[in-house]
Write a protein that binds this ligand. Structure first.
Ligand code: PSV
Ligand code: MN
Length: 400
């Protein structure tokens, strides 16, 4: 490994940053209930502190995604949040408007048949875009729970037009530094038809919205057996890939830890990115790498550290592919050799090399060990347990 672990890969790791989500540090659950954790974050302060801990030990998670309704209220001063993040050693990353939980959105937000509700959703998104400007954040990430549950429930073409219009209105509000990311999802919570069901729809909406809109690929938002790396390759080729929400899945949008089920798939996605750079004189595409996971069973900060470590490993493995040899094999139709080129890189143990990179950057060789030895979770648990008591918050598991 050590002779393969070139300066080039070290430089790649220096540039590989992955954003963690504020919602991944708070208590979450399934529709059947929640298993509360004493160390789970109570407020934005805790979330930023946890994200700071993840960055402290991994050195690759400098930004935190925020969800507007979950992290801000009318009394929140954005400059204070930025300052808080700075004190925690991180910065505010993508802004996620929330037009899916308020009761008005029962029939949708941008797709709602009622213009007043569409305007309410638009207003919230515009407010989120402005919040992004105040927080000096670049990505505005749009995900919609919109869709219908029953055939005939609404006019599908009309819903499309409503979306096109609202997305164009959002785009008009962007500053020149901002990027609008359009996320797709094939089903859930809508089960008959989703208004942005796949990458093609997201692509079309983004194209129509304006030049600063791109597609966001959430790895959990695909049907089983979908070839995600092909979607990535196509979006790269069209210069329309804006970012990722990383997680793993087995059945649906399971929010499992990246690479826990199918690490080879994430590796293959990364090979498309390295291959793009290889074909473009070493120029890497400008992509926002973000995690979208809520761990219900694992300790949350630990799971986020594990995620960042896995992301680094798979990114580096994919960088080790001999792309010149691969091109030659592809050109000559040597299928077995081409496939072996990928498999050889995937089979390489890159962990010692990454540990060495950490050491060179003043980090512990093993971020999880550093985190555990610090006693961070125990301290957070006792502090937050006490605060919950003082605030009168109870943590009884509820089952629906
Ligand atoms: C929806 O399933 C999603 O992937 C969107 O990105 C949301 O913002 C996030 O999860 C949290 O609900
Ligand atoms: Mn997502």
């Amino acid at each position: 490994m050590s002779d393969q672990f070139t300066d080039e890969v070290t430089a790649l790791l220096d540039d590989f940053h992955i954003e963690t989500p504020s919602w991944g540090y708070a208590d979450t659950g399934t529709r059947f209930g929640k298993f509360f954790q004493d160390a789970a974050a109570i407020d934005i302060n805790d979330k930023l502190t946890d994200a700071g801990e993840v960055h402290r030990v991994t050195g690759c998670c400098p930004a935190v995604a925020v969800h507007v309704l979950w992290d801000f209220d009318e009394n929140t001063d954005p400059s204070q949040v930025s300052e808080l993040a700075r004190q925690c050693g991180v910065r505010i990353g993508s802004i996620n408007p929330n037009v899916f939980q308020d009761l008005e959105y029962k029939l949708g937000s941008f797709g709602n048949p009622d213009e007043a509700v569409r305007n309410q959703a638009l207003e919230h998104c515009v407010h989120s875009i402005q919040l992004g400007q105040q927080l000096q954040s670049r990505e505005v990430t749009l995900w919609f729970a919109d869709g219908t549950n029953y055939p005939g429930q609404d006019n599908i073409r009309e819903r499309k037009k409503r979306f096109e219009h609202c997305l164009q209105m959002c785009h008009r509000e962007l500053s020149e530094d901002q990027i609008l990311l359009v996320e797709y999802k094939p089903f859930e919570p809508a089960f008959y038809q989703t208004d942005i069901a796949d990458w093609g729809m997201a692509y079309l909406y983004a194209k129509k919205a304006g030049p600063q809109a791109r597609v966001l690929v959430d790895t959990g938002h695909h049907y089983v057996a979908q070839n995600i790396e092909q979607i990535v390759a196509w979006l790269l080729d069209e210069e329309m890939l804006g970012g990722f929400h990383f997680n793993d899945r087995r059945y649906a949008d399971d929010d499992l830890t990246l690479g826990s089920i199918d690490p080879y798939q994430i590796f293959r996605i990364f090979t498309e990115i390295h291959r793009y750079a290889f074909d473009h004189g070493g120029q890497y595409p400008d992509i926002a790498y973000m995690v979208d996971q809520s761990h219900n069973l694992k300790a949350k900060t630990e799971a986020m550290i594990q995620t960042a470590m896995v992301a680094q490993e798979l990114y580096v493995k994919a960088a080790l592919v001999d792309y010149a040899a691969l091109s030659g094999h592809q050109q000559a139709g040597r299928i077995v050799d081409a496939e072996r080129t990928l498999q050889d890189a995937f089979a390489t143990d890159v962990r010692p090399g990454i540990a060495q990179w950490r050491e060179q950057r003043g980090l512990h060789r093993d971020p999880l060990q550093a985190h555990r030895e610090s006693g961070y979770t125990q301290t957070a648990a006792s502090d937050r347990r006490k605060r919950r008591q003082e605030m009168g918050l109870t943590q009884a598991a509820s089952y629906a």
